[in-house]
Structure formats: C-alpha cells, structure tokens
Design a protein around this ligand. Sequence first.
Ligand SMILES: Nc1ncnc2c1ncn2[C@@H]1O[C@H](COP(=O)(O)OP(=O)(O)OP(=O)(O)O)[C@@H](O)[C@H]1O
Ligand SMILES: [Mg+2]
Length: 337
Amino acid sequence: MNTQPLLSVRNLRAHIGTPRGVVRAVDDVSFDLAGGQSLGIVGESGSGKSVLARAVMGLMPARSGRSGEVTFQGRDLLALTKKEKLEVWGKQIAMIFQDPGRSLNPVIRVERQLTEGMRRHLGVSRSEAHSRALSLLDEVGVPDPERRLTNYPHEMSGGMRQRVMIAIALACEPDLLIADEPTTALDVTIQRQVLDLLRRVQRDRGTSMMLISHDLAVVAGRTDRVSVMYSGRLAEIGSTREVFENPRHRYTHALLGATPTIDHARHAPLRLITGSLPDPTAPPEGCRFQPRCAFALGECSTPGLELTSVGADHDVACLNPVVLQETAISGGTSDGR
Ligand SMILES: Nc1ncnc2c1ncn2[C@@H]1O[C@H](COP(=O)(O)OP(=O)(O)OP(=O)(O)O)[C@@H](O)[C@H]1O
Ligand SMILES: [Mg+2]
C-alpha cells in the first residue's frame, strides 16, 4: 500500500450562516488519507460528517465560509477553478450522496447519467460505455440492468436509485470515493451486500474511501482507519481495530459501551448517551463533549484542545482519556493490548 497521503486535510473549517447564527459545522479538522486506504467517519446525527465531506469536495451551501487546506494528489482543492473542479469530480474524486433522491437528474435516463462521465473522462465509445454500465449495474445488485438503463429516476424505488448512484460513483474508477451514508435507503440484506461490494471494489481497485456513517457497525471491519466526529471536531482517529478495541476518548468509549470490540460493534447500533450535541452556533470552549462527560476535569473547558498521539496510529483529543486497564476491567479486550 502506498503510504503517501492521497488526501491531506489541515485545519478545515466550514461555517454556515443561518438566521440562528453561524453554524460551526466543521471546526478545525485535520487528517490524512493514504492511497488505497479506507477511513470511516462516525458520529451522531448533526456532528458535521456530511458538511465535512462536502467541504472536502468543495461543495458548500450558500452563505457558508471555508478555510484551511485540502490537498489531493499534491493539488490544493480549495484553489481549483470551476473548470478544474469539473475535471476532478467524478474522475478523481467521486461522491455518493446521503440523499440519492436529490442527486440524480430527474429528467435524464439512467443510461445517460451512468455513461456521461465515462465518455467524458475515460474517452470510451458509446457501445463500450453501454456494456460497462450494464456490468456496473449488475455489480451493485440491480436486476435486469438492460431495462433499468432506460428508466428515469422516478421509475425506480429509493433503494434502486441508491444503487444507481453507487454505480455512477464507481463508473470512472475514481482514486477517492466519498460515501456518505451510502446504504440508508436499502434494506438490511442489500445494505450488507452493497457495503461489502464497496469494500471489495475499494480493495481490488486500490481506491481510497471515506465511508461516513452514524452506525459504528457499518465501518467496523470495512475500514482500515476510523475517526470519531463530535460537534464539528475529530474526537479520536486511528486504526479501526485500535479505536474499537482500545477507545481512549470518553465519547468513543461511551458509544462503544463496555465491550468495545469490532465483533461486538457488528451487532450493536450507536449507543445513546444522555444529553445532546451542543448548539452548533455556540459550542462550549475546549472539549465539546465535556458538558455530557462524567469524567470531565476543570481544564476540559480551556481552549486549545488538540489531537494527541496515544499509539502508533491512534490520536485522541481528551484530557482525561480512558486508561487501557479501565477498558480491560470493564470487559474490553483480554489480550493485554
Ligand atoms: N445547508 C445547511 N444550512 C444550515 N445548517 C446546516 C446545513 N447543512 C448542515 N447544517 C448544520 O450543520 C451541522 C452538521 O450537519 P451535517 O449534515 O454535516 O451532520 P451529519 O453528521 O451529516 O448528520 P446526519 O448523521 O444526520 O447525516 C448541523 O448542525 C446541521 O444542522
Ligand atoms: Mg449526514
């Protein structure tokens, strides 16, 4: 695996102006993603996952501001012209949006939406694009692909549209795939199939992937690394195994419950923690989880909290992190790690 970062995000901020005030949806987020690697981004609803994905792509809502650095294959994504963005989107970076209904063009048939990018970016002929479209639809579990190609989006169910979105995202074999809750409209069996397909494609083609979900079970076992987002910030990031087995942030630990293993997460939805996310227009200083944290110290509300390394590939932004023994005693790993 190539260990040079393919994507490097530094001090990214994405703030959105609303009548209630400025929503600090993404506030000083930094991480790297290596070529061929998959990074899960988890966090409860409203923590900023979708805004983060869109900010990386350069897709921001109206009345919003963005600062920081986003470097992709050595290029500054924040400085791209509109024309350059169109070259990068789809071909180098593709995104599966959380809401498939709004991402497909309602007045264009599936075939054209699926083949347009291939023809433009890969320069393939019409018939080559047609046969690639058929095999992509087949790959994402769309029955009778020949007929589906002639459909308009409204002629398909939500689940079918979501699979078409995934096929469109994969069509140009992008270097980076950003999948934002890619399986929400699908039933559980298809969900697993599609997630496993994404993982297989990501591995086989050496594609890097950001897999966003509010569900820990979705990223467990399907990502190399995981980051936990809370109120616009990263609370913890590291190898998926390490974060699941030895969560150090009090928030991650609470989310995972007393037996924080990848196997456990496969069967456990995100745990509910009492309280709710802070007001995004006026988050607390210091650790934003501190008002809900039973282990908060006085200094947790001091500004300047940063991610700090606690292991080979494990960083945490917590002044009173879980000590490894606590995890073991509360029923975590028993292999001494
Ligand atoms: N277009 C917008 N205008 C105003 N506020 C927005 C907009 N988009 C997002 N927000 C706000 O930004 C914050 C982060 O939202 P975001 O959609 O990124 O959360 P999320 O983690 O993706 O949640 P979910 O799991 O529900 O998809 C929230 O407070 C949300 O209300
Ligand atoms: Mg979202």
